[in-house]
Design a protein around this ligand. Structure first.
Ligand code: ARG
Length: 262
């Protein structure tokens, strides 16, 4: 009897060991730093045109996607793009993904958990308004219904306004486009989102909406960079070196022209 119990316990342990040994390979994730690893697992949130969006074939495309493929090529790695919610990106770095490229702004808070590449793009929050809106200043945003994408710097700006005046109502969406749709439906009074996506979304509703430069509201300039595991100097250096080459060869400017324009 005792022997049978021991046998069962040992079998269970063996099965457990086998299963746990397998999980690493089932996700296909192994840290990029390991030199034999030819794959670069890239996280993004393809809801942010022109930086990332799903193309007509259902694949992630956009400026960031083209840039990271060029960087991967320089590093001799095959790029595997994983589309996920923006709010999950930072916490997935180093476990589910090697790095994230998602029009992600460098913030002090994020720098507590990840390291960033050299910045590659300058942006600012924009305020999308109905064409006939009377909102024109930062003070005007107080007490309004504001739509944002969850976990973005637009969300942080709106949260500041909400904190100062609790009659402000912030609606947080997983996709920026859903915030814009609720603006069109009259469910929110404005949407705070980065400049280029704001302009892209508004261009599809030019009669009803306007995109106002957030510097008019006092929003500060932001820098986009690639986020990587904290302390992975080897990866950060390799990405920065590739980025530098892509810039000096003129490829970077070509991609800006192709995907973003002026
Ligand atoms: N720049 C903003 C931020 O870092 C918004 C980025 C949203 N990006 C996206 N792919 N949805 O918070």
């Amino acid at each position: 009897m005792k022997q049978r119990v021991i046998a069962v316990v040992l079998t269970c342990l063996l099965v457990l060991l086998m299963v746990s040994g397998c999980t690493g390979t089932t996700t296909g994730f192994a840290p990029a730093g390991s030199s034999e690893n030819k794959k670069l697992v890239v996280g993004t949130n393809a809801e942010f045109p022109p930086f990332e969006y799903i193309d007509d074939n259902g694949k992630p495309d956009g400026f960031d996607m083209a840039l990271i493929k060029a960087i991967g090529e320089k590093m001799g790695k095959e790029v595997d793009i994983q589309n996920m919610e923006f709010d999950s990106l930072v916490s997935s770095i180093g476990t589910k993904i090697d790095l994230a490229i998602a029009g992600m702004t460098v913030t002090e808070e994020r720098q507590n958990t990840v390291d960033f590449s050299d910045p590659y793009y300058t942006a600012v929050q924009y305020v999308i308004l109905p064409a006939d809106s009377e909102i024109a200043t930062y003070e005007d945003l107080s007490g309004k219904a504001i739509g944002v994408q969850l976990g973005t710097t637009g969300d942080f700006d709106a949260s500041d306004i909400e904190e100062a005046d609790s009659s402000t109502k912030v609606s947080r969406y997983n996709k920026g486009v859903d915030a814009v749709n609720d603006l069109l439906n009259g469910k929110v009074d404005c949407v705070i989102i980065d400049k280029n996506p704001a302009e892209t979304f508004v261009s599809k509703h030019a009669e009803e909406l306007v995109a106002v430069d957030g510097s008019q509201f006092g929003f500060e300039e932001e820098s986009y960079a690639i986020a990587m595991p904290k302390g992975d100097k080897e990866l950060v250096d390799a990405v920065n070196k590739a980025l530098q080459e892509i810039k000096s060869e003129g490829t970077f400017d070509k991609l800006v022209e192709e995907y973003i324009g002026n």
